[in-house]
Design a binder for this molecule. Structure first.
Ligand code: MN
Length: 330
């Protein structure tokens, strides 16, 4: 994903963490990834998949552990349109995690990676000092597109590391009474993902059958959030429905989940991120000067490399007319 919320929008990561268990709704907002195209004859929206729901960062919630960005896209019928078409753009200081529920996406990056991702597989791109990538629905793509993309802030000692890309064809399954799941990043109930993380973190896709009930073990010192991707779920005693997200704070040792009609949930958690961060456009850094340098180097064609791509890259938006300031947990 590329962040298209442009000039003047100052996204500051490093939000308040609750040391106590809470239930706070995280409101998403619609974001248009690229200008929409319309069918001239009937006004039909040709590329509905280009609008996403952004849950992180929001005004009320900047991070959950090191998770600092969450877009939910679809479910969309992309049979008549182009689907996802995100031209080359840069990242630094973060990892991108792509997880699909339906459809497929072609990832290309400046390391030369060219990888089709499908449901059940994980793409993990570690930007480190700098990388560029493009994300496109491939030619002949399927009719549906549904998935999430997340960003993970890299901690100080790792954020300048060399970039890398990993594709995981299969991920380990978690089987708990009433709950089945897949561990995307980190470890849950003793099951560890092979994907490389640099902070204490977990991400898991959990599935509850109709009329099922269960609990997942969590760590009291970590904060958590749950996105209801599909269906209905009772999370820690409160009911939620499809596309709801709830922040849970810290302080629990298990998280009770149940569902009437069945549910698909995304569980995110991690140790509260202690560093102050500046997040602007597609960069995570620690100061205005670092952001300005990254922007300048993308514009001059340095640092981030070149993606083999038929088309132009996404230009960096202008810096806002204020000094970007890092903000920590309040
Ligand atoms: Mn991206």
């Amino acid at each position: 994903m590329s962040n298209t919320e442009l000039a003047g929008t100052v996204n500051v990561c490093g939000g308040e963490s609750s040391e106590l268990p809470v239930l706070e709704r995280i409101e998403s907002r619609p974001v248009v990834l690229t200008p929409r195209t319309w069918d001239e004859t009937d006004g039909r929206d040709v590329d509905p998949a280009e609008q996403v729901h952004r849950y992180l960062p929001t005004k009320g919630r900047r991070m959950v552990g090191a998770w600092c960005f969450l877009d939910l896209f679809g479910p969309s019928d992309v049979s008549a349109g182009h689907g996802m078409q995100i031209a080359p753009h840069p990242h630094c200081g973060l990892q991108t995690v792509t997880w699909l529920l339906a459809g497929n996406v072609r990832h290309r990056d400046s390391l030369g990676s060219d990888q089709l991702i499908e449901p059940g597989q994980l793409n993990l791109m570690t930007a480190g000092h700098g990388i560029a990538h493009a994300e496109n629905s491939p030619a002949g793509h399927g009719p549906a597109l549904h998935g999430v993309q997340l960003w993970v802030a890299l901690p100080g000692p790792e954020r300048e590391r060399l970039p890398g890309f990993a594709h995981h064809h299969t991920l380990p399954a978690v089987e708990l009474p009433g709950i089945r799941g897949v561990v995307l990043l980190g470890e849950l109930a003793g099951i560890a993902s092979p994907a490389t993380a640099y902070t204490p973190i977990v991400g898991a896709d959990l599935e509850l059958a109709a009329l099922s009930r269960g609990a997942v073990p969590v760590r009291p010192e970590w904060e958590y959030a749950v996105l209801v991707i599909d269906g209905d779920a009772t999370v820690a005693g409160s009911g939620f429905t499809s596309t709801d997200m709830v922040y849970l704070g810290c302080g629990r040792s298990e998280l009770e989940l149940s569902s009437h009609a069945g549910a698909r949930l995304l569980l995110l958690g991690g140790a509260p991120f202690e560093e102050e961060i500046v997040m602007w456009w597609n960069f995570v850094a620690r100061s205005h000067d670092e952001i300005a340098a990254a922007r300048s180097e993308w514009t001059s064609g340095d640092r981030f490399g070149v993606v083999e791509y038929d088309g132009s890259v996404i230009p960096a938006p202008p810096l806002p007319p204020v000094t970007l300031r890092p903000r920590g947990r309040s």
